[in-house]
Design a protein around this ligand. Structure first.
Ligand SMILES: [Zn+2]
Length: 184
């Protein structure tokens, strides 16, 4: 255990904390920024993480001697939350730029899709830009390819491997068909 983790542990023990809690939220396109900022944090009181809205919350206890391991896990979780905020920023900018500067918009959509693709957002985009996309077949086709690639990538990532194979494949196929339908 790293020296500073040991010091922190002693600090907690002196306060009478024999267990600590790690905060979790489901990181996805609709998790609010307040909850994202809690993802991975370690607290002494499980009530510290305010359950103020509809985002998924979980606060899990761990014994104090595992602090080092949970701090490292917390760093990875915070990085994931930051990545989601970054993805949203790119998606937002790309949406604004689409008609003015499609080339830049496409490269931003591509970057965002490498982190993740959410069908709800893809549907909203197709709906908002429907008239313009009808007139711009090349951009429409490029978007379709970006989202299809991103959607396939989503299902190769580790978190989906725990799902039963059949459910995973059905969900993947559903998304691919939906993207082709939205961006014909
Ligand atoms: Zn929230």
């Amino acid at each position: 255990m790293a020296f500073f983790d040991l010091l922190r542990m002693i600090g907690h023990l002196l306060c009478g904390h024999v267990r600590l809690y790690q905060c979790y939220t489901a990181v996805n396109w609709r998790t609010c920024e307040a909850c994202l900022s809690w993802h991975g944090r370690i607290v002494a009181d499980p009530r510290d993480f305010p359950a103020h809205d509809g985002c998924a919350h979980e606060v899990l206890a761990f014994p104090i001697w595992r602090l080092g391991e949970h701090r490292r896990k917390g760093e990875r979780m915070k990085a994931k939350a930051a990545e989601e905020l970054n993805r949203r920023g790119k998606w937002r900018t790309a949406t604004e730029l689409l008609q003015k500067d499609p080339a830049s918009a496409l490269s931003l959509f591509e970057e965002a899709a490498k982190t993740d693709v959410y069908l709800e957002e893809v549907e909203k985009l197709a709906e908002e830009k429907a008239a313009w996309l009808r007139e711009n077949a090349e951009v429409r086709a490029a978007l379709r390819e970006i989202f299809l690639r991103g959607w396939r990538g989503k299902f190769t990532k580790e978190r989906y491997e725990r799902q039963p194979e059949l459910a995973r494949t059905a969900q993947e196929q559903f998304g691919l068909a939906r993207i082709r339908e939205l961006f014909p």
